[in-house]
Design a protein around this ligand. Sequence first.
Ligand SMILES: Nc1ncnc2c1ncn2[C@@H]1O[C@H](COP(=O)(O)OP(=O)(O)OP(=O)(O)O)[C@@H](O)[C@H]1O
Length: 251
Amino acid sequence: MILEVNGVKFGYNGKAVLKDVELDVKEGEMLVILGPNGVGKTTLLRCINAILKPKAGTIMVDGKNVLKMEPKAIARRVGYVAQYQARTRMTAFDAILMGRKPHLRFRTSEKDLRMVDGAIKVLGLGELAMRHIDEMSGGELQKVAVGRALVQEPRLLLLDEPTSSLDLKNSMNILSLIKRVVREHRVSAVMTMHNLNTALRFADKFVFLKGGTIHSAGEIRDVSADMIKDVYDIPVEILHHKGRPLVVPLN
Ligand SMILES: Nc1ncnc2c1ncn2[C@@H]1O[C@H](COP(=O)(O)OP(=O)(O)OP(=O)(O)O)[C@@H](O)[C@H]1O
C-alpha cells in the first residue's frame, strides 16, 4: 500500500472539517476524492502531505508516517499540484526544475535537466519553456505545475482539480499522461475533481466525502445514482457508453 490514511481529524479555528477520514491507495492506482464545494477535499490533500497538521490520525506513505517526517523527506515521496498556482517571475523551465529540488545534491545534474526536458516535451510546453510563468494562461500554468510534480519522481501524486483550467483535449492528455506514469512507475495518485464524468473515466477508485467522513468508497463501477443524489443533492441517471459510466443530471 502506498498511502494509508486512518482516523484523520482536522478543523479550522475549532470548526471540524474532517471528522474521521480513512482511505488507502495501492501501487499503480488512481483514487479520486469527490464531494460538493467546501466539503474538505483540499483540506484532506493538504493533510496528506502535512501542509496542514491533523488533530488526530495517521498518514502513512510507503509505511512511514508523514506527520513525523521533515519537509524535504516528504517532498521526496509526495508531489502536490495545488488548485491555484503562484505566479512568480520565473521561466517555465526553472519552475519545473524546482521539482528536482528534493533530490538535488550540490548542483543540477544531467539527469535533472533530462527529466525537465522530457516533462516539457511530453506536456507540449516546448514553445513556452523560456516564458515567465507570470505571463502564462491558467491552463499553461497548470501544465507547468503538473510537470514540476512529475519530475519530483514522487511515490504519491496529489492533484487538486488538476484539469480545472484545461480545455477538453488538454484535460484528456494530462490525465492520460498521469495515468500512464502511475501505472508504469508503480506509484499512486490521489486527485480531487468536480467533473464526475472525467473522474469516473480516469480514476480506478473513488471516495465520496460528506459531513467530514467517507460517505462511500469503492471501485469506479460501484458508483451509483443514489450515492450521487445523497452527496450532491441532485438526481442523476448513470448511463453507459462504450463500457464507461456517464452521469447525466436529471434537473
Ligand atoms: N484557511 C482556512 N481557514 C478557515 N476555514 C477554511 C480555510 N480553508 C478552508 N476552510 C473551510 O473549510 C471547509 C473545507 O474547505 P476545502 O477547501 O477543503 O473544501 P473543498 O471540498 O476542497 O471545496 P471546493 O470543492 O470548493 O474546492 C470549507 O468550509 C472552507 O470554507
